[in-house]
Design a protein around this ligand. Structure first.
Ligand SMILES: [Zn+2]
Length: 426
């Protein structure tokens, strides 16, 4: 049996200058009691040798050993400055190797938990259960280590194409508050750089300016949804960057016009909202499929139901107009693409077309430069895999913006996990 304190330290803690006082194996989770070896401590303000005032036992959740849950109980000394004229008063000893101040996980357990949640995508709940502690203990550690990891400057290096996109963050709680946030993305790397509050322009502008002129000079292109607010961010802060309207968002907008038209025609012809048996309602999904994914049978089905439910051919016209949007992106030559879009703008503006098609023409006209810019620089903001996963996995259920931001960035921000062993938690 080992009774020597130094050997016990090697076995349980393995930190120089830490003494194991004993092990309480009668506690529900076995406790290893430790203290720091005695040494002369000076007051941080005046330097006068301090006196130990008292001790306080701090319980820390540690990594399991050999499958058994284990806790460290750190007998922390509280010091007092003996110089009566000094303002310091009392203070408690700190040792980051054991645990970061304010956290109830040991340093080792904190780093492990951060990796489990942030890199492996595990639930905080499950990690807490493994360690034998509560949700907050793990979450606090993930935020503290995670924040240091995502703010490492190396993560922001070499960004050439920047995307701005709005995301929905749903807060936990009775009301399930909906808040929009702005995601700042390196679209070449598919990497989430940061998340800032709301979908207004001020926050992204401030974020970009804080990166400094050298960093901004490296950004030569940007992509946005069809949002005037985000366009103003680029106009103000990155006026020289080529700005590209995200194709995914444009196609989505065209599809929304098909939906609008379908609902209007439905209402005008049958006098009620779409029901299961209504012809136009039956093809509502087929209409959004796009030419490439629509087989012959689907096409026939659409034509059949349109004949039944679209007497003036309005939905058919809108459907065709929307289908010509993806075709714009099949053109590879810039000059041809310019001709193509000008033709679309002109054709769709004709008074014989339904209001939805004419509105699409207006959008194309307003965003012509940015839409056509895709043919100079083929970048897209929307369906990058990491952002989709992000939306599915961490876009809801957060109590605070900080929590949401750190978790999202650990997941989709591509932090350098090799640094996890060396960073200092916030
Ligand atoms: Zn002092």
């Amino acid at each position: 049996m080992i009774t020597d304190p130094t050997l016990m330290n090697q076995f349980f803690v393995n930190l120089e200058g830490v003494r194991v006082l004993g092990i309480n194996d009668e506690a529900e989770v076995p406790e290893v009691h430790i203290e720091l070896e005695r040494q002369v401590v000076g007051c941080p303000i005046c330097g006068v040798v301090a006196r130990v005032q008292d001790r306080r036992a701090v319980r820390l959740t540690n990594l399991s050993m050999a499958g058994r849950k284990i806790a460290l109980v750190w007998n922390k000394r509280r010091f007092i400055c003996l110089d009566v004229a000094c303002e310091q008063g009392t203070w408690t000893e700190v040792d980051h190797r054991i645990a970061a101040p304010r956290l109830s996980l040991t340093d080792r357990a904190g780093r492990w938990a951060t990796f489990q949640v942030g890199n492996q995508g595990r639930d905080v709940e499950g990690v807490a259960k493994d360690l034998g502690c509560d949700w907050h203990t793990v979450n606090d550690a993930v935020l503290a280590y995670g924040e240091a990891l995502i703010e490492h400057p190396g993560r922001f290096a070499d960004v050439a194409s920047l995307g701005l996109d709005e995301h929905l963050m749903v807060r936990e709680g009775q009301r399930r508050h909906k808040n929009f946030v702005t995601a700042i993305v390196d679209v070449d790397k598919g990497q989430l750089l940061d998340i800032v509050p709301d979908r207004k322009g001020d926050e992204p502008k401030a974020w970009l300016r804080a990166m400094g002129p050298a960093w901004l000079a490296g950004v030569t292109a940007g992509t946005i949804d069809l949002s005037a607010t985000y366009k103003s961010v680029f106009d103000d802060v990155l006026p020289k960057a080529i700005l590209v309207a995200d194709p995914f968002h444009l196609v989505k907008l065209a599809n929304s016009k098909v939906d609008e038209c379908r609902r209007r025609v439905q209402n005008e012809t049958l006098g009620h909202r779409g029901r299961k048996s209504d012809p136009l309602y039956r093809i509502r999904r087929l209409l959004l499929l796009g030419k490439k994914r629509l087989d012959e049978l689907g096409h026939e089905k659409i034509m059949g139901y349109l004949a039944a439910g679209d007497p003036r051919g309005e939905l058919q016209m809108t459907w065709h107009a929307a289908q010509s949007i993806p075709e714009l992106y099949e053109v590879t030559d810039f000059a041809l693409a310019e001709e193509f879009i000008d033709e679309l703008i002109r054709d769709m503006a004709e008074s014989t077309f339904p209001v939805e098609v004419r509105s699409l023409s207006k959008t194309l006209k307003r965003w012509r430069t940015e839409i056509i810019a895709w043919h100079k620089r083929q970048i897209t903001n929307g369906p990058t895999e990491s952002m989709n996963n992000l939306a599915k996995r961490v876009a809801f259920g957060f109590r605070s913006f900080r929590n949401y931001r750190i978790r999202a960035l650990l997941y989709a921000g591509k932090p350098n996990w090799d640094l996890l062993a060396t960073i200092t938690p916030r």
